[in-house]
Design a protein around this ligand. Structure first.
Ligand code: AMP
Length: 280
């Protein structure tokens, strides 16, 4: 695997490929796990060349402590990427990424004011700026995003549409641990005790899907929040049921053909995110 830290070097290298050779791109913040690797594997199946980026993007962190404590495991990441057959790793510094300010007034409408947008002001602007800049550097044909960060996926789709960016956005399924916990770089910061409790999040989401056949939305929300909050170690920051396309909250099942549940749970200072489809 080739590793580039400089924009002009990776761009010069990518010029070696012919337009018929498609570039699949997986942007990440590192501390890689099987969730990221599944994106690399899918990109490998569908493209001639796979590029992964590792950049802990400071402007998408609204909490300086979260940025400071974000895990950085570069050597292990390189190992995993090599094993997965990734061709190129782009590992830029902040100065390489942001030589000048992006002053675009991004507007994602409703998508950026609900859930993560409400809880993390400025987060999606940071995501939009970094993704647009990475697309401009790599010029991928396809780019892969996990459904774990579902709202981010919707923001990226909107960004591509609004600014006519070239890559096709490929949504990828959530990869989970054996006990159902959604894989996340943040999981490695959980204490042993927190780690044993954390699977309750997905268990509760799955049970809520079963209960949804007979209960109204308000009771499902109550069930999920109360079940998880019963644990001393976990506190639900939000649980919302919304339409999976518009992300508009729904209050009755008939209001959406694609209802989804979106949750954030805090375990101490660690924030875990997950979602589920309600198949009614
Ligand atoms: P991150 O490094 O957290 O910015 O994630 C990079 C990409 O990997 C994003 O598109 C995430 O949605 C995706 N991703 C992270 N965790 C998972 C997972 N457990 N399953 C599928 N995709 C994931």
């Amino acid at each position: 695997m080739l590793i580039f830290e400089k924009v002009d070097q990776i761009q010069a290298h990518l010029l070696n490929y012919t337009p018929s050779e498609s570039i699949g791109f997986v942007p990440t913040m590192g501390a890689l796990h099987q969730g990221h690797i599944s994106l690399i594997q899918q990109a490998k199946q569908e493209n001639s060349i796979v590029v992964c980026s590792i950049f802990v993007n400071p402007i998408q962190f609204n909490n300086p402590n979260d940025l400071l404590k974000y895990p950085r495991t570069f050597d292990e990441d390189v190992n995993l990427l090599e094993k997965a057959g990734c061709d190129i790793l782009f590992f830029p510094s902040e100065a390489e990424m942001y030589p000048k300010l992006d002053e675009t007034k991004y507007d994602f409408g409703h998508l950026e004011v609900v859930m993560e947008g409400k809880s993390r002001p400025g987060h999606f602007r940071g995501v939009a700026v970094v993704v647009r800049r990475l697309f401009e550097i790599i010029k991928p044909h396809k780019s892969y995003f996990g459904k774990k960060d579902f709202q981010q996926l919707k923001i990226v789709e909107s960004l591509v549409k609004q600014y006519n960016l070239s890559p096709e956005i490929i949504p990828c399924e959530i990869i989970r641990e054996f006990d159902g916990l959604a894989m996340s770089s943040r999981n490695m910061r959980l204490t042993a005790k927190q780690r044993t409790e954390a699977p309750l999040i997905y268990q509760t989401l799955k049970n809520s899907v079963l209960l949804a056949k007979s209960l109204p939305i308000c009771e499902i929300i109550e069930y999920v929040v109360n079940t998880i909050n019963r644990s001393d170690l976990m506190k639900v920051e939000y649980f919302e049921i919304a339409d999976g396309d518009s992300l508009m909250p729904i209050y009755h099942w008939h209001e959406s053909k694609n209802p989804m549940g979106f949750i954030v749970v805090n375990l101490g200072e660690i924030r875990l995110i997950d979602n589920i489809n309600f198949i009614l």
